[in-house]
Design a protein around this ligand. Structure first.
Ligand SMILES: [Zn+2]
Length: 441
């Protein structure tokens, strides 16, 4: 096991630097140095968990020699749990002051989540809420069917035709599908709009860029694969029809000011400037994902306040897609009502993973309350099976991030402050339980 030797070396180093005598007189650099040694072990541990779990390491751009060889035998799960426990213990006794406290807290939570994922890989199952607390440092509120029934009643009044809302919504929405041969030009226009709005408020690394790929056969609709060096690969899944409103959603969420910007700012501020090596690895099943998905979703509203978004879609995206722009405002209003159903996804996951729902019951719930076509609901259940309580990171994450930014004065009528607080969050090691105003709307 090629990872064993550096770990031993790290432990020896830890004994040297955590000797308490005279520590209080040492410089902040020394204390940072102590956390640096722990951070290095943490990165290697995350990479080792990735040997068991192909979904776990979402991004890594640290030293290539820390990455286990492709054919290396993974260390046993029990050994990784021991390493995780030992590292948590070292971290608890590591001295840290001021901003280093935030760094230490971040490492502690990330390690706690790593241990929870190890237990999962070992066959242990938590309830939906226990799992989301252990992995994402947050628990999503429960919404009864009546909550969604109210939103459906509003749509019932708004949508043309008669009969069940899901079928009427599907018929109505069919006129807003982006033709496949126009996808690229629509996404190019959406990305340009998101990038321009973001660049007006955020200093991005000069060399930042990404490539866009269209893929099929995935359980998600889009994915950002961060490569390091301010570079992303963004993939859009074209298995199912892509509606015109998804262009801005995906361009902002995966690109500007979402995942691409988040990763580039973490690299610039925390890795390049401070040498915090733990940010060169991104374990997917960790509290960082709530911040990542929450900022990516909330970022849509930051870049495109409601009225600006409607105007941009009407003036730029509908024409690019060859769609009738006279329907844009009405469609936008319907989407606002549909947004009230966003927590339906969590209930499907909770019921399916935790409440004894069959696959068909989960699919039926998503068709009724998330207004998904049958094929999209099937895709979503595959997502839930694979990523489990990760689903809370989108809706609860968005609400927690919004509450945090607004509690600090970044309300919709103070756009400059809104950007400032949003960017501060994107550039910091803050975690879900450390967000301001952490009660969801
Ligand atoms: Zn995302």
């Amino acid at each position: 096991m090629p990872v064993a030797r550096p770990i031993q070396a790290g432990l020896v180093l830890a004994f040297l630097v955590t000797t308490p005598a005279g520590m209080s007189e040492r410089s902040g650099e020394m204390r940072g140095g102590d956390l640096n040694a722990i951070a290095e072990e943490y990165v290697k541990l995350v990479l080792a968990v990735g040997q068991h779990d192909p979904d776990y390491v979402d991004a890594y751009y640290g030293p290539p020699e820390w990455r286990p060889a492709k054919d290396a035998v993974p260390p046993p799960l029990g050994m990784l749990r021991e390493r995780s426990a030992a590292l948590s213990k070292r971290l608890a006794s590591a001295p840290a002051q001021e901003e280093m406290l935030l760094r230490r807290e971040h490492l502690a939570k990330q390690l706690g989540a790593l241990d929870a994922r190890l237990r999962f890989l070992g066959g242990e199952r938590l309830t939906f809420d226990e799992e989301s607390r252990a992995l994402y440092d947050a628990v999503a509120p429960v919404h009864p069917a009546s909550h969604f029934d109210e939103a459906l009643a509003a749509l019932d009044r708004r949508l043309p035709g008669t009969g069940p809302v899901p079928a009427r919504y599907e018929r109505y929405r069919a006129q807003f599908v982006i033709p496949k041969d126009r996808l690229d030009r629509v996404f190019a226009a959406a990305i340009e709009g998101c990038r321009a709005r973001t660049r007006a408020h955020v200093t991005l690394p000069a060399d930042e860029r990404f490539t866009l790929e269209y893929v099929t056969g995935k359980p998600w609709s889009g994915y950002n694969w961060y490569q390091g060096g301010s570079v992303s690969v963004i993939q859009i899944n074209t298995d199912l029809p892509i509606y015109i409103d998804r262009a801005i959603d995906l361009a902002c969420h995966e690109g500007y000011p979402g995942h691409h910007v988040y990763n580039a700012l973490l690299e610039e501020h925390l890795v390049r400037r401070r040498g915090w090596v733990e940010f060169t690895v991104y374990p997917l099943f960790s509290p960082q994902s709530l911040i990542a998905e929450g900022t990516a979703n909330f970022g849509v509203d930051v870049a495109f306040p409601r009225s600006e978004r409607a105007a941009f879609e009407r003036e730029h995206l509908f024409p690019s897609a060859g769609l009738d722009a006279s329907n844009a405002a009405a469609y936008h209003e319907v989407q606002m009502l549909v947004d009230r159903l966003k927590y339906a996804d969590n209930e499907a996951a909770r019921g399916f993973l935790d409440g004894g729902w069959s696959r068909d019951e989960a699919i039926a719930w998503l068709q009724k309350y998330a207004l998904m076509r049958r094929d999209r609901a099937e895709q979503r259940v595959r997502f839930i099976e694979r990523y489990r309580s990760y689903v809370i990171n989108y809706n609860l994450g968005e609400d927690l991030v919004r509450a945090h930014v607004e509690a600090r004065g970044g309300t919709a009528d103070h756009p400059e402050k809104r950007w400032e607080e949003f960017v501060a969050l994107l550039s910091s090691p803050r975690l879900p339980s450390g967000l301001s105003g952490a009660s969801p709307r």
